[in-house]
Design a protein around this ligand. Structure first.
Ligand code: ADP
Ligand code: ZN
Length: 736
């Protein structure tokens, strides 16, 4: 070795280096020098300079043998932050998810560091207290203020001003006179913890045995997956609450994942009824301050129960003991922008790494979970009947070929008749149509012109409430014109097909006396308005509810006994390998809203293909038939879970560039007889936001490490430059 380049022993021993993962789109760690006097260990949350910025990052590993030539080029860690270190299990999860999904490790880390960037310390709130005699000059404002403070206690300064109806100047004046003092308010008390014994219900015999399993599971404190498989209204929530109660007793934290946090108002109340307080919520609409507080509470172990959307999976729990995944089959668990990951699957991975139990709950488990339960990999905990002896809804098909609605209408006379009966009985009816807006297509009767998005391969959807034609893929919108832009004909535009808004118009015209309400994600301005609308329905102040899949999920509407599915065929014909599964799950769930309190639920499926296996299984309430046929098809065709899939989506600003790159990519795919590379094919949604899209589908046997195959292929393959983009989606849920 060349002695001249070796560092002197002194400099080697005094310069410590750590490898740091920064939350940006990079896989590798960066080395930083540890300033003298700073103690750092893996997991510590730190602040480091990154280019011109300071970023919050995490020590990923000690670098025992830093390359001496780099010493002088390395930057120093700026600061060690005063937050608990990320535990090894969470760092392992970040590594695992990144390796599996081929997402940059820094991007996965970013999901755990969502603590609200550098807000600084909490502002201390000021309080005001009455301490001296009133001054001689007493205005009415001063008198009111002294009245408010007459108890001699410390009041929030701004609250006191508001209560007395005075400006803060009035307070300051009295402080100057020595009548009042201003002091710092003590920090707000931590909310009380959920009480596991607050209000435990009496369980039915069937529920009791499931509850026993739940308690044993939570007490086991080891990795174990239970599939809580119970029909709608069987009391799955009540049952898994007992696993949570047990976990709280053990002093550990629980994470409850929900597919759609905007819809959990009723859930929070039910939780409070059972445990005395609401759990901590985690979702994207939290204010930065609340987010920072919640992050701190979670990482310090002060939040015993957290309910959140998929991103809550990556939070730094101090001592997570149990994970619940509610509605585990829901496709909203798949994130398709940024890192492509499936939160249910990654929750199982987290439970495995952390060696803790996990409960997956559903009335219609995903085919994956169903197969795992059949093979004994997951423990099935079944609740085959509704609580309180209520009957499951009776389901009938309405053959739209035999009982069609009048022209331009979408509600069959048969269904209309049933709605009429429901209203006469002062019950509610729910009309389900998974289409937002008024009409999915607008065309000109004179020239045939159809309104399409200028930058997407999609029709513009007519939204009458907003008075605009809207693209559902890029958000482009334009006012609905009065004349055809193509042939200039006047009054010639017609709406084609139904959306929920049009359905409301139809329902209101058939039942002019009834109160209708549309529930659709685009009409929601905030979680709060959503929650209050749902309460209005639950209180019976609406007769006919018209909704998209938003209404399918988790609500209890006591007076709802009739559900009409306007187009049961809608999801069946889109060529998606999961079309049958999705339709079965969605329609089962929607119809399951009916008859939960009174047990007289009826579901009507308007269909043009009553012979379709999915429709037949729904009508016969024959779950077994559905799973048997679906599992057989997947097994025969090698689709998940019997084989594995990944999608590669190539996009570019022009078609030839995208297609050319996709072809080059396929040409260099390593040969492996266990793996098929299909395509490239133009994506069903061929253009989004002006980007032309081509798809490759990679299909392998079940035991192949598909992620590793993809990594080797893409490392050796052509590189994207300029406008080209390559997205990798392991275990794709969407095939558009
Ligand atoms: P699921 O989630 O399986 O659809 P839920 O947990 O929502 O079912 O229960 C359906 C309804 O039955 C809810 O109103 C719930 O409060 C009630 N319920 C279930 N089990 C019990 C019980 N043991 N005691 C009292 N009410 C119950
Ligand atoms: Zn568009």
């Amino acid at each position: 070795m060349d002695h001249t380049t070796r560092p002197s022993p002194a400099s080697a021993s005094t310069t410590r280096v750590v490898d740091v993962l920064v939350p940006v789109a990079l896989n590798q760690t960066y080395s930083y020098r540890v300033p003298r006097g700073m103690e750092l260990a893996p997991g510590d949350v730190i602040s480091v300079p990154l280019g011109p910025r300071e970023v919050v990052a995490v020590v990923w590993a000690e670098n025992a043998r830093p390359d001496p030539r780099l010493h002088n080029r390395l930057k120093d860690v700026s600061e060690k932050l005063d937050v608990p270190p990320l535990r090894a299990e969470l760092r392992q999860l970040v590594d695992w998810v990144s390796t599996y999904t081929l997402s940059a490790r820094g991007m996965v880390l970013r999901m755990t560091l969502r603590m609200g960037e550098n807000l600084g310390p909490e502002r201390t709130r000021l309080g005001v207290r009455l301490i001296g005699e009133p001054p001689r000059r007493l205005t009415p404002a001063r008198r009111r203020l002294i009245e408010v403070l007459s108890d001699g206690l410390l009041h929030g300064k701004s609250e006191a001003a508001r209560e007395a109806g005075v400006s803060s100047g009035v307070i300051d004046g009295l402080v100057d006179e020595g009548t009042l003092t201003v002091e710092a308010m003590p920090p707000p008390a931590a909310p009380p913890s959920p009480d596991p014994s607050y209000a435990q219900p009496d369980f039915s015999r069937e529920q009791r045995s499931a509850v026993d399993v739940m308690r044993t599971l939570a007490a086991s404190g080891s990795f174990h997956v239970a599939l809580l498989d119970g029909v709608t209204g069987s009391g799955k929530t009540e049952v898994y609450f007992e696993a949570i109660a047990e976990n709280i007793r053990r002093g550990k934290q629980t994470l409850i994942l929900m597919p759609e946090i905007a819809l959990t108002g009723q859930f929070l109340d039910r939780f409070a009824q059972r445990f005395g307080v609401r759990p901590l919520e985690w979702h994207s609409e939290l204010t930065p301050r609340t987010r920072a507080r919640s992050w701190a509470a979670i990482s310090e172990g002060k939040a015993p129960v957290v309910v959140g959307a998929r991103s809550a999976l990556f939070l730094p729990y101090a001592d997570l003991g149990l994970i619940i995944v509610d509605e585990e089959h829901d496709q909203a668990y798949k994130q398709d922008d940024g890192a492509h990951y499936h939160a249910r699957d990654m929750a199982v991975v987290r439970a495995h790494i952390a060696k803790i139990p996990i409960v997956l709950a559903s009335a219609t488990p995903s085919v994956e979970s169903e197969v795992n339960a059949r093979k004994g990999r997951y423990q099935r905990v079944a609740l085959p009947s509704r609580f309180g002896g209520q009957h499951m809804p009776h389901i009938e098909a309405i053959d739209m070929r035999r009982a069609p609605p009048p022209r331009g209408r979408f509600i069959s006379p048969v269904l209309a008749e049933q709605i009429r009966h429901a209203i006469e009985r002062r019950e509610q009816a729910l009309l389900f149509l998974n289409r937002r807006g008024y009409a999915p297509l607008t065309l000109c009767r004179a020239c045939g012109h159809r309104f399409a998005c200028t930058i997407c391969d999609a029709w513009l959807v007519d939204h009458r409430f907003r008075q605009r034609l809207v693209c559902h893929h890029c958000g482009f919108s334009m006012p609905r014109p009065n004349i055809c832009p193509h042939c200039a004909a006047e009054e010639s535009l017609v709406a084609v097909g139904p959306g929920v808004e049009r359905l409301q118009e139809e329902a209101a015209s058939i039942f002019p006396e009834s109160r209708t309400m549309v529930l659709s994600s685009d009409l929601i301005t905030s979680i709060e308005t959503m929650r209050s609308e749902l309460n209005e329905i639950a209180e019976g102040r609406v007769d006919i509810i018209i909704g998209t899949q938003l209404v399918a999920k988790g609500h209890n509407f006591p007076r709802l006994n009739l559900v009409g599915v306007i187009d049961a065929d809608l999801g069946l014909s889109n060529g998606d390998p999961r079309a049958a599964e999705r339709t079965f799950q969605l329609l089962n769930q929607v119809v399951g809203r009916a008859g939960r309190e009174q047990g007289r639920g009826v579901g009507y499926l308007q269909t043009h293909q009553p012979e379709h296996p999915v429709i037949k299984a729904l009508i016969a309430s024959d779950r077994e038939a559905f799973y048997a046929s679906e599992i057989e098809i997947r097994e025969r065709t090698g689709y998940p879970p019997f084989g594995r899939l990944a999608s590669l989506i190539v996009s570019a600003g022009d078609r030839p560039t995208a297609e050319g790159f996709a072809r080059k990519l396929v040409a260099v795919a390593p040969l492996d007889e266990r793996i098929q590379v299909l395509g490239p094919a133009e994506a069903p949604l061929a253009v989004i936001k002006g980007r032309y899209r081509f798809r490759l589908l990679v299909k392998s046997l079940r035991n192949v490490d598909l992620s590793q195959y993809l990594r080797e292929w893409l490392e050796a393959g052509p590189k994207t430059k300029g406008n080209l983009k390559l997205e990798v989606d392991v275990d794709p849920q969407s095939f558009l």
